[in-house]
Write a protein that binds this ligand. Structure first.
Ligand code: GLA
Length: 439
């Protein structure tokens, strides 16, 4: 039978792998030697969310206690695919199907994507089995200012909420048997100031810690109860707290006090233990099928601090998982630094999910796209290997359907281009043999 022609970029990869096979092996060995001696995690260039990595030793990775199989080493030796197949065979399956025995694959969507059936639905249904609302379940979408203000004094401790924003996406998920990640309950950003004030106006005086804790409890209760009552089973995971630890913008423990010029009102009004209470209330009201996550970016540079700060929450059984946002760039070291952070969370007893994956690249040249494809391949391959080794890894969510729908407009970070044409990155994520699994 006649084989379909190899996409252009794969032909080049194949050519390259043949011509430079010997050179690559030498390069790999040199890279391994270099990285083995490299003590500094590369800075995570994640578009403004930049986190300087501490000095770490790549030998720090510990085995998951439950599984006595061989240790996954933080080795720099890439898995080299010596015999490329000349056909992108996995594309017909799509991502969700390809990874069905390993983990779910999610995608973040805004209403605009769900509203455009012709352009996006087939692609979503072909590739993903989980969804996160990009904005529609954030506090600024759910909190209902006019009803909260009008309802006073009855609403003083319990702000009014509504779910008009996420209605379409929820319907889409239910109609297509897709589970949803609830993103996010307690976050310094996209949470309006009026939620923290006496009269629910943006300029009002801030309430006391006790009042705000009560508002927090009621908000968490009301949101979780709404989904459990109206859409039972839909929410598989909840980002209870988002982005609460930051070395540069935090207090001495790294609890976030501000973000740029803006103060973190949760910290100002409730105090440094606000994240503890968020998990406390989430556990109190969440049904068992919702796993509770702490979600953050720049984790390669701060996983030790995150683990330390969450210890009490963990010891009290209030948290299940860590969401590594994973806003990465092609300059990040995936097989070494990134996977070390991931395994460290698993070894500390958390399940882990990559919740907002995108890998930015500087331009759309073939060379850049191929580099990006390799990064995606390395990452997906490494994550799949985690499952084989018994780590509690729960899946990967892409932060957008394509480069036409991304907050990182100049980074071309996703698997499809703005016309939803598959990029080499897509074939990398599908681990096609024509893409080299090397960084
Ligand atoms: C963070 C948040 C996301 C989103 C991105 C930018 O990662 O967790 O919800 O706002 O920033 O799109």
């Amino acid at each position: 039978m006649r084989q379909p022609a190899l996409p252009h970029f794969l032909q080049n990869e194949v050519k390259m792998s043949r011509t430079f096979k010997t050179a690559n092996i030498i390069l790999i060995l040199l890279t391994a030697l270099f990285l083995a001696g490299c003590g500094k995690i590369e800075q995570q260039k994640d578009t403004g969310k930049v986190e300087e990595g501490p000095a770490v030793s790549v030998t720090e990775a510990v085995e998951p206690t439950a599984v006595p199989t061989e240790a996954p080493k933080a080795t720099a030796t890439p898995a080299f695919t010596a015999t490329p197949t000349p056909v992108p065979t996995h594309e017909t399956k799509g991502l969700a199907e390809y990874y069905k025995d390993s983990f779910p694959i999610g995608v973040a969507v805004p209403n605009g994507v769900i509203n455009n059936k012709t352009k996006y639905w087939d692609n979503i249904l072909h590739n993903y089995n989980q969804i996160t609302c990009e904005n529609e379940t954030k506090p600024d979408s759910v909190l209902f200012q006019s009803a909260s203000a009008k309802g006073l004094p009855g609403t003083y401790l319990e702000a009014a909420i509504h779910f008009d924003g996420c209605k379409k996406i929820v319907e889409f998920c239910e109609e297509n048997d897709i589970q949803m990640r609830l993103h996010t309950l307690v976050w310094h950003s996209q949470t309006p100031r009026w939620f923290f004030t006496e009269d629910y106006t943006p300029g009002g005086a801030l309430v006391s810690r006790d009042v705000m804790l009560k508002r927090m409890e009621n908000y968490i209760k009301d949101v979780l109860e709404y989904f459990d009552t109206n859409h039972p089973g839909l929410i598989y995971a909840v980002d209870v707290v988002n982005e609460c630890f930051d070395k540069g913008e935090g207090d001495t423990d790294g609890v976030r006090m501000r973000a740029g010029d803006n103060e973190n009102l949760w910290y100002t009004v409730v105090g440094a233990d606000y994240y503890y209470w968020a998990f406390y209330f989430a556990r109190k009201y969440a049904p068992n099928y919702m796993t509770l996550y702490y979600n953050d970016y720049g984790m390669t540079g701060k996983y030790e601090m995150v683990i330390k700060n969450l210890q009490k929450v963990k010891d009290e059984g209030l948290i299940d998982g860590i969401g590594m946002q994973s806003h990465l760039s092609v300059n990040d070291r995936i097989a070494t630094s990134f996977m070390l952070a991931l395994r460290s969370f698993c070894n500390a007893g958390y399940c882990v999910q990559l919740t907002e994956l995108d890998i930015g690249v500087s331009d759309t040249t073939e060379a850049s796209y191929n580099l990006q494809a390799r990064k995606y391949k390395v990452l997906f391959k490494e994550c799949q290997a985690l499952i084989e080794k018994g780590y509690d890894f729960r899946g990967i969510t892409l932060w957008g359907v394509g480069d036409g729908n991304t907050w990182r407009n100049n980074d071309y970070p996703l698997l499809f281009d703005k016309n939803m044409k598959p990029k080499p990155a897509y074939y990398g994520a599908l681990q096609e043999d024509g893409i080299l699994a090397m960084e």
